[in-house]
Design a protein around this ligand. Structure first.
Ligand code: HEC
Length: 220
């Protein structure tokens, strides 16, 4: 290996190291545990929090109105929500991307797969939204994501009353659980599919067993 090549390699390695330390800049923030359970009520309320707050800026481009029956919405509720949209339309943000881009210098990301895109995604989302703090007077930042362009939606950083904080905590957990569902809405379907496949295999085994007995009976 000649000298310049070796130097280049070292520079490349050094730049890789600095990239990885940058990316884990907030790795020292411990993710918070979610204590709410995944149940119909929490998923449903999580959806409404998404719909009333997060949806101003964030799409859920893989979730159709019709999918919402899986988180406990009735047909009537879905019809009211979708208005003139079709049942197969997906959930779009209310703010047009170009306006959001102007306001935040970035188009807010789609949240459909966010719970999978981040490590420990559900806990990550919960921790992120409850890690805002007042850096200096009226200047806010986030312990988990320094310099984040998303405002403190729940006003966590300025809420002092423990009861109010607890309520925010609960709502954030619910929305995190809803986004976990959103990242894998076919999970329940897959589970019942698994049961079906096993039943099918059992019947097949039985049939083959009788077939074998028959063939052997003829041979003896
Ligand atoms: C007023 C607009 C707005 C609202 C409302 C909003 N967000 Fe965001 N969100 C943003 C923007 C802008 C970003 C991009 C932040 C960045 O990359 O600096 C973002 C990024 C995110 C991210 C990605 C963070 C990462 O690691 O890249 C998550 C998760 C998120 N938002 C969740 C939510 C949830 C949950 C809600 C509702 C409770 C919500 N957001 C409401 C504007 C918004």
């Amino acid at each position: 290996m000649n000298m310049t090549l070796r130097i280049r390699l070292v520079i490349l390695l050094l730049s890789l190291v600095s990239v990885s330390t940058n990316a884990s800049a907030s790795a020292d923030v411990e993710l918070r545990d979610i204590y709410l359970e995944v149940n119909a009520q929490n998923l449903r309320e999580g959806f409404y929090t998404y719909n009333n707050l997060c949806r101003l800026c964030h799409n859920l481009k893989y979730i159709k109105y019709s999918n919402l029956s899986d988180v406990g919405l009735s047909k009537h509720e879905i019809d009211v929500l979708r208005g003139t949209n079709g049942v197969s339309d997906t959930l779009a943000a209310s703010m047009p991307p170009s306006v959001a881009n102007q306001a935040f210098g970035k188009v807010p990301p789609d949240l459909s797969l966010m719970a999978k895109a981040r490590k420990n995604g559900t806990h990550y989302i919960y921790t992120l939204l409850t890690s805002y703090y007042e850096k200096s007077e009226a200047v806010y930042d986030n312990h988990l994501f320094q310099g984040i362009r998303m405002p403190d939606i729940f006003e966590y950083s300025v809420t002092e009353n423990p009861k109010d904080k607890e309520l925010i905590d609960k709502r954030v957990q619910q929305v995190a659980l809803f986004l976990e569902w959103a990242a894998d809405p076919k999970r329940d379907e897959r589970k019942s599919m698994g049961v079906f496949v096993i039943a099918y295999l059992m019947v097949l085994t039985l049939l083959l067993f009788f077939l074998k007995r028959r063939i052997w009976a003829n041979l003896q």
